[in-house]
Design a protein around this ligand. Structure first.
Ligand code: CA
Ligand code: CA
Ligand code: CA
Length: 286
């Protein structure tokens, strides 16, 4: 009796705290801070507790690379869960849509870019890395997840900033992702065009990342970067869901064309050839 009462009291205290911080932490669309572009997700729309709650996504670009950071309760290696076919529910893949079309149309046209960053998820991509010409697939059904976005919202998770700052309402989410169709959350097909480099917490902080500015720091913050030339340039919508579609986040951003450094590249190539030539000559002399 007593423990139940305390649990109820404690539970409602947590709920109230979350509600306050969710309101206080809500960001405006396309919110820039320290060179990073942030999309702050609802703190109370993770179905299944904090492990299944995304708090935010952010991107930053340098002259030649794009950095991505995610924060929330889900570790990179996923959450052990017997209800999933592989006993694990984790992150889906990240998508960049430069087409201006809705997500399903871009997927049907194999016009998405995709990034697999979680090495143990149910992606159709063979390994982690950046993929072009991507079509997406849904794996929520084999991860104890929701059949559709409508199923998720009807289960009681409609919140302000439902998909983060840039797809803030249920109507906007239906419009972009579809309403009754499966949530497409992993890469199904595409060409692997390059690697990603995982970035440590220290590296992310040194690069200016600060989810704390929005009160949005989760238990796990994941970051990686990749060469900007691997994807298109221009306006994009980036998005991802957990494998179970228990939470998702989207971010509207802009990627500029990589700045070429022909002098440096040519110089290095020349040095390399000179070195190689020297070695070959020596070998021939010997
Ligand atoms: Ca969330
Ligand atoms: Ca799984
Ligand atoms: Ca969300």
């Amino acid at each position: 009796m007593k423990s139940n009462y305390l649990k109820t009291l404690f539970g409602s205290a947590i709920a109230t705290t979350c509600l306050i911080s969710a309101t206080g932490g809500a960001a405006q669309a396309g919110q820039f801070y320290n060179n990073w572009n942030y999309s702050i997700d609802s703190f109370t729309d993770g179905s299944g507790g904090e492990a299944y709650n995304i708090r935010g996504m952010a991107t930053m670009e340098t002259s030649d690379s794009i950095w991505v950071a995610l924060t929330g309760g889900m570790p990179l290696e996923g959450d052990s869960n017997w209800r999933a076919a592989d006993d694990n529910i984790g992150w889906g893949d990240l998508f960049f849509n430069f087409t201006g079309d809705g997500f399903q149309t871009a997927s049907d046209n194999n016009a998405l870019f995709g990034v697999r960053f979680a090495g143990t998820n149910d992606s159709g991509a063979a390994t982690t890395g950046v993929y072009a010409g991507v079509g997406a697939a849904g794996v929520a059904s084999s991860n104890a997840g929701y059949n559709s976005l409508r199923h998720y919202y009807n289960s009681g998770y409609n919140r302000t900033n439902t998909m983060g700052t840039d797809i803030a309402t249920k109507a906007e989410a239906f419009n972009y992702f579809g309403k009754t169709t499966p949530v497409l959350n992993v890469i199904a097909s595409g060409e692997r065009v390059g690697d990603i480099a995982m970035q440590s917490q220290n590296a992310l902080t040194a690069a200016g990342l600060d989810f704390g500015n929005f009160g949005a720091s989760g238990n796990h913050t994941i970051g990686f970067s990749f060469d900007k030339s691997l994807i298109a340039s221009g306006d994009y919508m980036a998005s991802l869901f957990l494998e179970c579609a228990n939470d998702g986040v989207a971010l509207a951003g802009h990627a500029t064309e990589p700045v070429p450094e022909p002098a440096t590249a040519a110089g290095l190539a020349f040095l390399g050839l000179t070195f190689l030539g020297g070695k070959l000559r020596r070998r021939r002399d010997a």
